[in-house]
Write a protein that binds this ligand. Structure first.
Ligand code: 0RQ
Length: 508
């Protein structure tokens, strides 16, 4: 037995993952740890999936409501979705099998702002949380635990669940101890105190998870890696997007609106976000700090070079090489990186007060600046809103970025009307593609349309977008604030569905 379980009573609760999973009844609501492939439970979900498959083969469905922090990993999302063991999933996912089950109607998915998710659960909006299944690094003698590579909603599930199952993962480095700052906000509406985070690198909470030891019904030992996905080297298109963002901020420094340290950075996940971090690492800005959700390889580079003083997040999202580098330098990173519960890392009040810079990807942006981050052609979900809304609504600078086209140019990311709107024009200060940066500040919707079409749309789509806007502006029923012709507003999408190319009308 591992020496990672120092509490005697909890040591007596060690059992196999199958035995622990057998304690969870059909239909239970389970709060699981996990955020962007880090710190999710790796053994109990696999056992639940095996059990669900056995039951399915004998004609008895076994299905659960699964609440997490954000996306998890193959042992949880892929396996449980594959055997239809997830009836309901919340608040974010990024898994191909789960996406397919959601978009084919097999599974119910509620997409939710990541800062809101925990609070909604606390206040009972999701009913009883029957089980919390939480990965930890180590259980200490006093019955507290060292968190692992993500915090997510773990505090909420540990507090609210009727029963707790802990997975103690030996793969997680014990030297993570001290990297976390756990603050749990009061559950009573109207009685919450201000959260005392004054700067992005403040530490005001506990280093450990605290929970009622008597609720723990099982402890499972594991030794499995996180889902560490490799990053691609930035492509030309990503570098161009990053370059436009660098130019924009150099202009802001020159205009005296922000210092060369910028304001706390939030950066989404993915290759564009990583390219922006590479750009920031090579650019003229100094002594930056981040207040964000995930620490990715680009942030480790910036911490290594000294461009970034500190990074506050709720999880890691590093490549396998990034993980090796992290473990090698963990004693230094422990002073520079702070992992917080997502209610704190994504807290709107703190984001607003710190004046963050939010940089996130989009699926489509419309000519008036509304952003679709989640839905392909307004129907199937890609991943989810994640923390993009928490940061977009509240940051000092809110920028959305994407290549101008998808699917070999057959889809324009700039469309007349977004088919699903996650962020309204009021939240969006800048839209950027490889063609340029549309600065939407101090512009009416009609002025935004000119900026977005001329700066961001792919050249072959600009005449089509202008044709739509000009005709809408002359159309007496279209209105002159945000002119739209309902019969044509989704013309790009209907073209794509009919011909496989947004530029081609059916029959032409
Ligand atoms: O499809 O995989 O089949 O090739 O969508 O697109 O270009 O690889 O971009 O990985 O950066 O993801 C918005 C989804 C961008 C992401 C989104 C197709 C495209 C490809 C992926 P393929 P790319 P990225 C922090 C903040 C919401 C959450 C968020 C996201 C696939 O950034 O999930 O911001 N954001 N969280 O071909 C049809 C279009 C398309 C399209 C792209 N207009 N129509 N298909 N694709 N645009 C993280 C957390 O909160 C945890």
């Amino acid at each position: 037995m591992s020496n990672r379980i120092l509490h005697k009573g909890l040591k007596a609760k060690v059992m196999s993952a199958d035995a622990a999973a057998a304690l969870i009844p059909n239909g239970a609501t389970i709060g699981m740890s996990g955020f962007t492939g880090a710190g999710y439970p790796k053994a109990v979900p696999m056992s639940l999936a095996k059990r669900a498959l056995d039951e399915k083969l004998s004609g008895k469905p076994l299905r659960f409501n699964v609440l997490t922090g954000a996306s998890t990993g193959p042992e949880q999302d892929t396996m449980m979705s594959f055997v239809d063991a997830q009836r309901f999933r919340f608040p974010y996912q990024g898994d191909a099998v789960t996406r397919e089950k959601i978009n084919t109607g097999v599974m119910e998915y509620q997409d939710m702002h990541l800062s809101h998710a925990g609070s909604l659960v606390r206040h009972g909006h999701y009913g009883k949380v029957h089980f919390a299944v939480i990965e930890v690094t180590k259980i200490l003698e006093d019955g507290t635990a060292i968190p692992s590579s993500s915090c997510g909603n773990n505090n909420v599930y540990l507090e609210c669940a009727e029963k707790i199952i802990l997975e103690v993962n030996e793969w997680q480095d014990e030297r993570l101890e001290g990297m976390h700052d756990i603050i749990s906000v009061s559950s009573v509406h109207g009685e919450r105190q201000p959260i005392p985070i004054m700067t992005a690198d403040d530490r005001k909470g506990s280093k450990y998870w605290k929970f009622d030891v008597s609720k723990v019904v099982a402890v499972v030992e594991t030794s499995n890696p996180d889902r560490n996905a490799p990053f691609k080297a930035p492509e030309e298109i990503h570098k161009k997007i990053a370059g436009h963002i660098m130019d924009f901020f150099q202009g802001e420094v020159k205009a005296g609106r922000v210092s060369k340290h910028l304001t706390p950075l939030q950066s989404g996940v993915g290759n564009i976000a990583n390219a922006v971090l590479v750009g920031l690492n090579e650019g003229p800005f100094e002594q930056m700090i981040s207040y964000t959700e995930v620490v990715q390889d680009g942030m480790l580079d910036m911490l290594d070079s000294g461009k970034l003083k500190a990074a506050s997040a709720t999880a890691f999202s590093v490549s396998p090489e990034g993980q090796v580098r992290f473990n090698k330098n963990i004693d230094r990173y422990r002073k520079q990186i702070i992992l917080r519960p997502q209610e704190i890392s994504n807290n709107p009040e703190i984001i607003r007060r710190l004046g963050c810079i939010a940089m996130n990807g989009f699926v489509e942006a419309d000519i008036y600046g509304h952003i679709n981050s989640t839905h392909i052609a307004g129907k199937g979900i890609e991943n989810g809103i994640g923390g993009s809304g928490d940061f977009a609504r509240n940051s000092a600078y809110t920028i959305f970025m994407s290549p101008a086209t998808a699917k070999d140019g057959k889809i324009s990311a700039i469309v007349p009307f977004a088919t699903h709107i996650d962020h309204t024009e009021h939240d969006v200060h800048g839209v950027v593609t490889e063609y340029g940066f549309a600065d939407l500040r101090m512009r009416s919707p009609k002025e935004k349309a000119k900026e977005i079409i001329d700066k961001c749309a792919a050249p072959e789509y600009r005449p089509l977008l202008w044709d739509y806007v000009k005709r809408a502006m002359k159309n007496p029923s279209a209105g002159l604030q945000s002119p739209h012709m309902f019969s044509e507003a989704f013309g790009f999408h209907t073209n794509y569905l009919a011909t496989g190319d947004m530029r081609k009308k059916p029959g032409k």
